[in-house]
Design a protein around this ligand. Structure first.
Ligand code: FES
Ligand SMILES: [Fe+2]
Length: 375
C-alpha cells in the first residue's frame, strides 16, 4: 500500500526512541509521497535555515545569481555596502521575475515594464508611475530574507523565525577548524536536477556504505567503505571521517594547521536539512539540495580551493564529475524502486557506515514526526 502521511510521520516518531544500532530504513513514502513532500516544503524549507551556496560566489559588489527555493524565486546579491543579501526575485509591480542566471550588474530592471531596483533591493525607477497619485518608490523595496553566513556558507531563512544557526552547529567546529573551511576560495558552482528525492542524495553523500560498490574505480581505492568512522550528531548536523587507503599517496598543499591524521582523511559533514560537504585537505566540495518535486532534487554544487593553491584543477573537477555520474545513476534507479507499494525496507548498516542516515532521520523527526504539532 502507498504510505499515508500519517504512517510516515508515525515512523518518524518511532525512530526517536529507536537506538542507532536497531534503526530500520524509513518507509518508501518518506522518499516518494507527494503529501509528505508538501509538508517538508512548508515546515522544513520555509521555516529552517537552508544553505544556498558559498558567500564568495558573489565576491564583488554587483555580483548576483538567482535560484529557486521551494517555488520561491530568490536573488542573491552583494551590495555596494559589500553585504550579501538574499532578495525576493519578484517584481513589486505585477510579480514578474526580475533577474535570471548569474553575472554582475549595477541594477536590476524588470523586463516586463522596466521597474528598476538597486543592488540592495530599493526601487530606483518606475517608468510613467510618477503620474500615479501618491506613488512613492520608497514604498516598493524587494523583500529581504534573513541570512546567516557560517564558515563561508550562505544560509537563508524564508520565514525569518528560525533560531540563530551558528550556536546550534557549533559542535561541528572542532572537527573542521584545521581545514580552514571559511577561508576556502570559490572555484565554481554548477546547477543540476537529478531524478531522485532530495533526501536520497543527502543520505547518499553522507554514507560510506556505498563507496566500494558504487564507486569501484574512483573512490574505493581512495576512501574505502571499511575505513569510515561515524561522528556522533547533536541533532543539527551529521558527520563521518572518510579515511584514505594507506596505499594512497599523500598530496599537498595542506592547510597549515592540518594534523597528520587529518591529512589522511576527508571530513564529511552535513548541516541539516540541505547542505552536505566533503572537507578534504586540498579541496572543499559542497552540495546544496532543495526539493524540486517529490522525485527530483535541485542541486547547486561546487568546489572551493585552498587560498595557497592554484584553484580547482581540471583533474579535480573531472574526478568529481565522474563520482557524481556514478551516484546519479544509482539514485535515479533507487527513486524508481521507491515508488513501489510492496517495499518493506531493511535495517540500516552499522553506525560507521549508515549512522549518518539515522542522524538525519532524527532531525526530520524533530520537524515532522506525528507528535509534533504543525499548527
Ligand atoms: S511586472 Fe515588473 S515592471 Fe511590471
Ligand atoms: Fe557516492
Amino acid at each position: 500500500m502507498k504510505n499515508s502521511v500519517g504512517e510516515i510521520r508515525d515512523a518518524l516518531s518511532a525512530i526517536k526512541s529507536t537506538p542507532i544500532d536497531e534503526a530500520r530504513v524509513m518507509p518508501a513514502g518518506y522518499y516518494s509521497s507527494e503529501q509528505f513532500a508538501e509538508l517538508e516544503a512548508e515546515y522544513v524549507f520555509r521555516k529552517d535555515w537552508v544553505c544556498l551556496g558559498r558567500a564568495d560566489e558573489v565576491a564583488e559588489p554587483g555580483d548576483f545569481y538567482t535560484t529557486d527555493l521551494v517555488g520561491e524565486q530568490l536573488l542573491v546579491t552583494r551590495g555596494k555596502d559589500n553585504a550579501v543579501r538574499v532578495l525576493s526575485n519578484v517584481c513589486r509591480h505585477r510579480g514578474n521575475m526580475i533577474a535570471e542566471g548569474r553575472g554582475r550588474k549595477s541594477r536590476f530592471s524588470c523586463a516586463y515594464h522596466a521597474w528598476t531596483y538597486g543592488l540592495e533591493g530599493q526601487l530606483v525607477g518606475a517608468p510613467h508611475m510618477s503620474k500615479v497619485k501618491g506613488f512613492d518608490t520608497a514604498c516598493y523595496r524587494l523583500p529581504t530574507f534573513k541570512t546567516e553566513i557560517w564558515e563561508g556558507f550562505l544560509f537563508v531563512n524564508l520565514d525569518g523565525e528560525a533560531e540563530a544557526l551558528a550556536p546550534r552547529i557549533s559542535d561541528v567546529l572542532p572537527f573542521i577548524k584545521n581545514y580552514d573551511v571559511a577561508e576556502r576560495v570559490h572555484g565554481f558552482t554548477e546547477q543540476a536536477t537529478w531524478q531522485t528525492n532530495w533526501k536520497c542524495l543527502a543520505e547518499n553523500f553522507m554514507e560510506g556504505y556505498h563507496l566500494d560498490v558504487t564507486h569501484p574505480k574512483t573512490l574505493r581505492p581512495l576512501t574505502p567503505t571499511g575505513l569510515c568512522e561515524h561522528v556522533p550528531s547533536n541533532g543539527y548536523f551529521n558527520a563521518y571521517y572518510s579515511y584514505y587507503d594507506p596505499k594512497y599517496p599523500e598530496r599537498g598543499p595542506f592547510p597549515p594547521k592540518l594534523t597528520d591524521k587529518e591529512k589522511r582523511c576527508s571530513f564529511m559533514f552535513g548541516v541539516f536539512p540541505n547542505l552536505v560537504v566533503a572537507a578534504a585537505p586540498g579541496i572543499l566540495i559542497f552540495l546544496c539540495l532543495t526539493p524540486n518535486t517529490k522525485d527530483s532534487v535541485n542541486i547547486r554544487w561546487g568546489m572551493s580551493a585552498l587560498p595557497q593553491s592554484e584553484g580547482i584543477t581540471d583533474e579535480q573537477r573531472e574526478f568529481m564529475n565522474q563520482i557524481n555520474a556514478e551516484d546519479k545513476s544509482k539514485l535515479e534507479t533507487l527513486q524508481k524502486g521507491l515508488q513501489s507499494r510492496y517495499l518493506d525496507p531493511g535495517p540500516l548498516a552499522k553506525p560507521d557506515l549508515e549512522g549518518t542516515i539515522y542522524d538525519m532521520y532524527q532531525y526530520m523527526a524533530k520537524q515532522l514526526a506525528s507528535d509534533v504539532d504543525l499548527g
